[in-house]
Design a protein around this ligand. Structure first.
Ligand code: BGC
Length: 473
């Protein structure tokens, strides 16, 4: 087999020369395992030789090949100033800020005593220039004028910024400096919203978002260093408040997926890493943390509520009950309604068929166990309901629309804010079955395809989010 491969390698240069279209792949790793498992040999498998893509490495004119992550380089529009993680230069121009509801008193940040109430009160939310650049570049490629205008308006809606590799951490310093300047000039302090997302053996029950660190290879120490670097950036700007979502899916996997070997193996390390993250961030005095808590269709099943509450509470108490841990984030990167008009048929059997039912069921259990039961809820891609074939489908759900806008006027006292945590248009996972991080969910009938690597731009999906937004953009 090795000899046959060598013989065929000679034909590669012809393909290597082809250009990748805008938004297409121009470099990155493919899975050797997937490639060698399959026969007969196809070009796709040849491309997987050595684990690196041997496809086009150059981009169509008007776009530039930009490294998004170790798995994927993408042709991004040159005019938009990039958009690839870690390599993007953000301008020094002042980005417009936005409020997400009526604000009242403003508390000073940088204190050692957290606000008693909603940390979003009295602040404006920083618009990350990275997402604004992605959206602006995407809009430039939409021809229909109405859709283009709607797409552009998304750049003014605050989303969280995911720090999914250590290489991106310096960007946080840029954003905080920018936010600090904006806060000073407007007189209203700013919030920068971040997602801490770099655990070793990340995404232990799936493949699409496997990360850069592995437990077997110094992962915990690498993670502690990642947290230290985040802390070093944040402590330079005590006047800016940070709201952090801690490690999507990690603790939920420890509640329900310990039967998965990779999760069982990761349990101790996840707990040590999340504990370190909340303790170190807590020392800063300006970071309010929400631990990720899955969603209604995961920890919201009645049998999971109590084990989930126990895990959150024991982790919190063992960490010394850090006072700036404000509560939990739900539905991050998922598609559930906050309050469904009627239960989606796929939720059958679970009385907690939407996020508010889940929160109302979990909150009292948390409170009685001594955990702060405040919530933020991602509604970024929840505009269209009843489009999944199964509740467990999470990858690029076809027909999704942008959802309720971020607000602190949530209508529910337990919910501090409706947020957009997943930047709409960034992919959930590749549908390429030869890719190292291929997850079968991304090739299901209700998953939009062809889809690029997790975290990279998915233009067609974005356009659908825009056109199907509910409420409309
Ligand atoms: C990806 C990350 C990305 C995030 C936000 C996750 O699914 O794994 O790389 O930053 O989504 O788009």
């Amino acid at each position: 087999m090795f000899t046959s491969l060598l013989a065929l390698v000679a034909i590669l240069p012809a393909f290597v020369k082809a250009q990748s279209p805008i938004w297409g792949q121009c470099g990155g790793k493919l899975s050797l395992l997937a490639s060698t498992m399959n026969a007969p040999y196809s070009l796709r498998h040849l491309q997987a030789k050595d684990g690196f893509l041997a496809g086009p490495t150059t981009c169509a004119s008007g776009s530039t090949c930009t490294v998004s992550n170790p798995y994927y380089s993408q042709c991004l529009p040159s005019s938009a100033g990039g958009g690839g993680g870690g390599t993007t230069t953000v301008g020094t121009t002042t980005t417009p800020t936005t409020t997400i509801g009526t604000t009242t008193a403003s508390a000073p940040t940088g204190s050692q005593t957290p606000d008693a109430g909603n940390p979003y009160l009295g602040h404006n939310i920083y618009l990350t220039p990275f997402y604004a650049a992605e959206v602006t570049a995407a809009a430039a490629n939409i021809t229909d004028a109405t859709t283009k205008a709607k797409a552009l308006s998304v750049a003014k809606i605050p989303t969280f910024t995911w720090f999914d590799t250590v290489a991106k951490v310096p960007d946080l310093g840029t954003y905080l400096a920018d936010a600090s300047a904006q806060g000073k000039s407007s007189g209203t302090p700013m919030i920068v919203q971040i997602i801490v997302y770099d655990l070793p053996d990340r995404d232990c029950a799936a493949a699409a978002s496997n990360g850069e660190f592995s437990i077997a290879n110094n992962g915990q120490a690498n993670y502690f260093n990642y947290i230290d670097q985040l802390v070093a950036q944040i402590q330079k700007f005590p006047d800016v408040r940070v709201v952090a979502i801690i490690e999507p899916d990690s603790l939920a996997n420890l509640v329900t997926n310990l039967s998965v070997q990779k999760c069982a193996n990761a349990q101790t390390t996840y707990l040590a890493c999340v504990t370190y993250a909340i303790q170190q961030l807590n020392k800063l005095g300006n970071v309010y943390s929400y631990l990720d808590a899955g969603h209604a269709g995961w920890l919201g099943w009645p049998a999971n509520l109590s084990p989930a509450a126990q895990l959150f509470t024991s982790l919190y108490k063992n960490a010394g009950s850090p006072s700036f841990v404000r509560g939990l984030a739900t539905n991050v990167a998922n598609y559930n309604a906050l309050q469904a008009a009627t239960p989606d048929p796929i939720t059958q059997g679970n009385p907690n068929y939407d996020e508010i039912h889940y929160i109302n069921a979990l909150g009292p259990v948390l409170s009685s166990a001594g955990f702060p039961a405040h919530f933020i809820v991602d509604q970024g891609r929840s505009g269209v309901q009843n489009i999944r074939q199964q509740w467990g489908d999470w990858c690029n759900v076809k027909g999704s629309g942008f959802g309720q806008r971020p607000t602190i006027n949530t209508g529910f006292s337990a919910i501090d804010a409706v947020v957009w945590a997943k930047p709409g248009g960034e992919c959930d996972g590749t549908s390429n079955s030869s890719a190292a991080r291929f997850d079968f969910h991304c090739a299901l009938a209700d998953a939009d395809q062809p889809a690029p690597e997790a975290g990279t731009w998915f233009q067609e999906f974005f356009v659908t989010l825009v056109t199907k937004a509910n409420p409309p953009l």
